[in-house]
Design a protein around this ligand. Structure first.
Ligand code: AMP
Ligand code: ZN
Length: 113
């Protein structure tokens, strides 16, 4: 289910443009508009979940699909020497878009922060 007011749902529907690098039946991967590393991608499930904490056992397959696909996608997009995955959960983590997404950061030696 998509949410009409959600930025990433609009990107998934093609209402807002994105630099897409991968798509399948369960997820989109596109470039972050304000990259925090040389390579900064966002992997986004097509279904609208606001938070990681909404992913109970029955929805966990979506996450395992994303995690299973990410290494190949990351390597094909300039992260062949390593990368970091980040999921921001909620306000204290600074989550700004409330549609679950996994950040993929790489393409250079990353500072630890
Ligand atoms: P978070 O802080 O974890 O919620 O991350 C949201 C991310 O979405 C940030 O890194 C933003 O730079 C990114 N972002 C916001 N708007 C867009 C957009 N239109 N296209 C691509 N990335 C975006
Ligand atoms: Zn959404």
């Amino acid at each position: 289910m998509l949410d009409n007011d959600c930025l990433f749902c609009k990107i998934i529907k093609g209402e807002i443009p994105s630099a897409k690098v991968y798509e399948d039946e369960e997820m989109h991967v596109f470039k972050d508009i304000a990259p925090k590393a040389k390579v900064h991608l966002l992997a986004v499930p097509k279904d609208h979940y606001k938070l990681l904490s909404e992913m109970d056992e029955s929805r966990a397959e979506t996450l395992s699909h994303i995690l299973a696909k990410l290494p190949e996608i990351a390597e094909k997009n300039g992260c062949d020497n390593g990368y970091r995955l980040i999921v921001n959960q909620g306000d204290d983590a600074g989550q700004t878009v409330f549609h679950l997404h996994v950040h993929i950061l790489g393409g250079e030696n990353l500072p630890f922060e």
